[in-house]
Design a protein around this ligand. Structure first.
Ligand code: ADP
Length: 201
């Protein structure tokens, strides 16, 4: 049976880690690991466009016509079209070049801008994939550290509408990397109540 690791973050928020397909999510928003063109691609981007239908590409093209391509680290929001999620938040992760060209700062900026977009749309729940760790080649353990720390920091320190963040991970290796990092969060946020349990889905 499918299960999720669930962490209580402070008083109000929950973080969940699970293995799954993000296109099935029913959270208010799902995040797309897009590329700067916003015209779709492989990996999670291709899966989201396929599940959302042609309306998603049309919205992406309209954004592109208005503001040009999306720089790495930024995020924009479209509707969810045929998805169950109301919104898709598109972000462009960094391509890994050995850590020499600000990849960690850019990846952190992806997660914080996505959380800001979710807040702007008054979402209470949002699902993330593991941005940049597929075709863009970012080492998974390092990416997991940045992803979870940035999101937990935001849940703890900023007044956010979001009370549920799910990381929907596509394979065991990625899930395990995120689970290892999540275990370390208790040490890094000693003043906050971070407790975990495994829950059936
Ligand atoms: P990037 O170009 O940012 O590296 P990718 O789509 O290549 O993006 O990979 C990012 C992560 O998304 C990888 O861990 C990949 O296995 C995962 N992924 C691919 N398809 C899905 C999906 N349908 N749901 C969730 N994660 C997915």
């Amino acid at each position: 049976m499918a299960s999720a690791l669930r962490y209580q973050i402070g008083k109000k928020a929950v973080l969940e880690l699970l293995i799954g397909d993000i296109t099935d999510e029913t959270t208010d928003a799902i995040v797309n690991a897009a590329n700067s063109s916003l015209l779709g691609g492989g990996g999670v981007d291709g899966a989201i466009h396929e599940a959302a239908g042609p309306g998603l590409l049309a919205e992406c093209k309209a954004i592109r016509a208005q503001r040009g391509s999306l720089p790495p680290g930024q995020a924009v929001t479209t509707s969810g079209c045929d998805l169950r999620a109301k919104y898709v938040i598109h972000t462009v992760g960094p391509v890994w070049h050995g850590g020499t060209v600000n990849e960690p700062q850019i990846l952190e900026s992806c997660y914080s801008h996505c959380m800001e977009e979710a807040e702007r749309k008054e979402c209470t729940s949002v699902s993330f994939p593991s941005v940049s760790t597929g075709a863009f080649g970012y080492p998974v353990q390092d990416a997991a550290n940045i992803a979870l720390r940035t999101v937990v920091e935001q849940l703890l320190h900023q007044p956010v509408s979001v009370t549920l963040v799910r990381f929907v991970l596509f394979d065991q290796r990625t899930y395990k990397a995120y689970a290892r990092t999540a275990e370390g969060l208790r040490k890094d946020f000693p003043n906050f109540e971070i407790s975990s349990e495994t829950v059936p889905l």
